[in-house]
Design a binder for this molecule. Structure first.
Ligand code: ADP
Length: 228
């Protein structure tokens, strides 16, 4: 569960108020799109939810952790409740698909037996069974994105945050990503997908949270325009 109560973020260096008195609640098991143009405050919101930055005022609660008074030594434990798919995927080029995903579990000292079971399972969830031994450079953009998603999922997080790739990436990728995330959401994981692609959101529909200049200007469930 994600809850923000009257949250503002002001960057001290520039004095810019990136988020302006935001209140928001996303329940367990929900799927929500966060949309807004460049500079709206989307990245600031993600950083806040990961406790990479702190709110200047207000209360942020994520997966039962009150981030305002969360002790520094408990931050890693908190972060393990969230899986993040970064815009730029952040795969390790010298590791295969399997190793990229297994690495997440190795660093937290998961039992080897569990790793051997869990990694092939998440690889199959994203449909990359045939690519487990490939290196990132041998994969298409879509496949790399699916590795990034498998890596975000491997720890069985309560919440997935997906930051949609921007730039010259094939728009088809975003559709594929939403379909994968919807499947994962149906198994009970809460999903927040951050995007600037309004046509994508119109296509799928669902809960849409629109941020503009640091404020929520729209937060409603809308119907999509596609036939499932
Ligand atoms: P978005 O992700 O929607 O493009 P951001 O959250 O990155 O928007 O930015 C919101 C506002 O905060 C913008 O005006 C941006 O210039 C400013 N901003 C973002 N990061 C920083 C930072 N580290 N220091 C100062 N200002 C920042």
């Amino acid at each position: 569960m994600v809850e923000l109560k009257n949250v503002s973020v002001t960057y001290q260096t520039t004095g810019i108020q990136a988020l302006n008195n935001i209140s928001l609640k996303v329940n367990d098991g929900e799927f929500a799109f966060v949309v807004g143009s460049s500079g709206a405050g989307k990245s600031t919101l993600i950083k806040l939810l990961l406790k990479e930055i702190d709110a200047t005022s207000g209360v942020v609660t994520v997966n039962g952790y009150n981030l305002t008074n969360l002790k520094r030594r408990r931050v890693p434990e908190f972060r393990r409740t969230i899986g993040v798919v970064f815009q730029d995927f952040r795969l390790i080029e010298t590791m295969t698909v399997y190793e990229n995903i297994a690495f997440v579990l190795r660093v937290i000292d998961a039992p080897r037996k569990y790793i051997r079971k869990r990694v092939p399972y998440v690889i199959s969830l994203v449909g990359l069974q045939d690519k487990a031994s490939s290196y990132p450079r041998e994969l298409s953009g879509g496949e790399q994105q699916r590795v990034a998603l498998a890596r975000a999922l491997v720890n069985d997080p309560a919440l997935i945050i997906a930051d949609e790739p921007t730039g010259n990436i094939d728009p088809e990728l975003s559709y594929e990503m939403v379909e994968l995330l919807q499947g994962i959401n149906e198994c009970g994981t809460t999903v927040l997908m951050v995007t600037h692609a309004h046509e994508l959101v119109r296509h799928f529909g669902g809960r849409i949270i629109n941020i503009n200049s640091g404020s929520i200007i729209f937060d409603e469930v809308v119907g999509g325009n596609y036939e499932a």
